[in-house]
Design a protein around this ligand. Sequence first.
Ligand code: NI
Length: 398
Amino acid sequence: MLDEPREIVNATVMKVLPHAIQARHHLHRHPELSFHEEHTARFIAEKLGDIGVDSLQTSVGGNGIIATVIGKNGSGPILALRADMDALPIHEEGDVEYRSEYEGVMHACGHDGHSAVLLGTAEALCSLRTRFAGTVRLIFQPAEEVAAGARAIVEEGGMKDVDGIFALHGWPGMDVGRIGIRTGAMMASADTFDITIEGRGAHAAMPHLSVDPIVAGAHVVTALQSIVSRETSPVDSVVVSVTQFHAGSAHNIIPARAELKGTVRCLTSELRQIMPERVERVVAGVCSALNAEYKINYRFGTPVTINDESMVTLVREVGSACLGEDNVEHLEWPSLGAEDFAVYLGHAPGAMFRLGTGLAKPPLHTPTYDFGDEPLRPGIEMMTQLALRYLAGASIAQ
Ligand code: NI
């Protein structure tokens, strides 16, 4: 049984829904790559202005936007809600009527949907202002796909005084009207390495005159796998993937140099911290054994996305009330994908949840993916109710 407030919220969500659908179609038609979200940002800022948010800040950390909706009194906690805005360098192959108008760029990760959900939530919260105390800070973040936008927003004070934060990610393979979440690690850290192996070039028929960087590199690739299989506990999860190996120019020349690049994924900060030493030790040992020199550049990228327990509880409660208990999935396993939402979680407790975009949807980052219109309603309802529940504590009663 749900009481009147939920009906009021639902009526509000239904009122804003057509605007959110329209906004998503516009964003989907005009996708922009990371760091180039100028049109997207202008469009979103304009909509937020029309909606009547209490403050609006543009060009935050590049093309980011921060807006606030202030409740019935100025004081109280600050809750942040975050959406990302950037698209991917993929040519759209789906035949939706709002198909991308730009060659080779599309919203293949559904960030059009995330932004439209947050626009709808902004509008809903504006008309529900009298029902909560405190402030909702809406963060429209650029450059998520290159794991740079969250850091840029935080550096410009985006998380200052924020008490809690929520975000969602559209999830194909999960029915519309369902959400998924887990406490603790939700997504992995994503760090990268560049390895240069310096050998000595020679004629391919005279290998004894060379120090072959291809053979050394092949051993490095193989030996790196032992970090996962022999140095990491079988119950922990680590990924070491070498994703690029460049060397050589002809059939009959042993080159002087090989370049290897790859990524390391972890589910705990502790493991993440010791990985650079492990990787370098293996590279150094193999190269030394094979008489080659090496250079390594290991860069920390996105931290582990760690969902806060009490914020997850809130998502589960709100999800059960809005979507039904059966539609709140407990995710047994985290994903070893990464999400720069993790950066915000270093500044306030929060949680990210998956929002179903359809069981039969193609995977994220593929040419026919489309967030769709259907997930907007549950998305807006979840975000709006999360804000109300977090700030007022009692907006949903059962
Ligand atoms: Ni994404």
